[in-house]
Design a protein around this ligand. Structure first.
Ligand code: NAP
Length: 237
């Protein structure tokens, strides 16, 4: 039987690219989504997978998701809990904690539901962000949430053996999720400040996630892998 990969937030962006990449590698993909059923159905049709609706911040919906897809060999926690981008001093507490709590609720409930049922070769990958280690105007909630996710993932790794647990942390990726924060000028500036001289595409991130998830790195656990086209080498975006 084909191994199963559950990818949260796989209707578009990095999640959809990861579903395509893991499907090419022989996985049956569970394409989780929240609101956009048509987008997820298109990814499922393309990959031969199944589109499954669930708000992954909600433990009851996570339980339903697992009941529908069965215990996965691979879990990719990718769903984009959309962050508020505004100065910290004017950011309402509800907006700040909504992002931090949502990010951690998704990781916590998925991990607790999946890990006990995972086979020994199981793999968990959390999608974090380079933002966790940067200071950018307006990004306090996003950075705090992703930094907390990084710490959470290390502690899961410490308890998950023989399952491996890793973090993939992209810099700015060309997706719908980042569209509001991107202009031709900011894209050009990002490309100029990267060693590779270009933006990061969803496929770039998907290939790293798949490399970690697909058994090619059995002795790598508890690490955080940046996918940043070399921004940090030149001092960060
Ligand atoms: N894009 C970047 O520049 C960038 C950089 C660093 C890190 N990241 C991280 O990469 C991940 C993916 O980002 P992206 O840009 O590819 O996102 P995106 O284009 O905004 O797509 C987000 C996906 O997440 C789903 N989603 C949102 N809330 C959900 C929920 N509560 N439950 C289940 N699914 C939910 C959406 O489903 P529906 O459309 O069905 O609602 C959609 O499929 C995120 O964790 C993000 O923080 C992104």
């Amino acid at each position: 039987m084909e191994p199963v990969a559950l990818i949260t937030g796989a209707g578009r962006g990095i999640g959809a690219a990861t579903a395509r990449e893991l499907s090419r590698r022989g996985y049956r993909v569970a394409v989780n989504y929240h609101r956009d059923a048509a987008a997820a159905a298109a990814v499922a049709a393309e990959t031969g997978g199944t589109a499954l609706r669930a708000d992954v911040r909600d433990p009851a919906q996570v339980a339903g998701l697992l009941a529908a897809c069965g215990p996965p060999d691979v879990l990719v926690c990718n769903a984009n809990i959309t962050p508020p981008f505004e100065p910290l001093l004017s950011m309402p507490w509800e907006a700040f904690i909504g992002k931090v709590q949502g990010e951690l609720a998704a990781a916590y409930h998925l991990t607790q539901a999946v890990l006990p049922e995972m086979p020994p070769h199981g793999r968990i990958v959390y999608v974090s962000s380079l933002s966790a280690e940067l200071t950018r105007p307006g990004a306090a909630a996003h950075a705090a949430a992703k930094a907390a996710l990084d710490a959470f993932a290390r502690h899961v790794a410490a308890e998950a053996s023989p399952v491996t647990v890793n973090v993939v942390a992209p810099a700015g990726v060309r997706t719908e999720g980042s569209a509001a924060a991107r202009t031709p000028e900011t894209e050009a500036a990002l490309a100029e400040r990267s060693v590779l001289g270009r933006m990061i595409e969803p496929d770039d991130v998907a290939r790293v996630i798949a490399a970690v998830a697909d058994g090619g790195m059995p002795a790598v656990t508890g690490v955080r892998i940046p996918v940043d086209a070399g921004y940090r080498v030149l001092g960060g975006p």
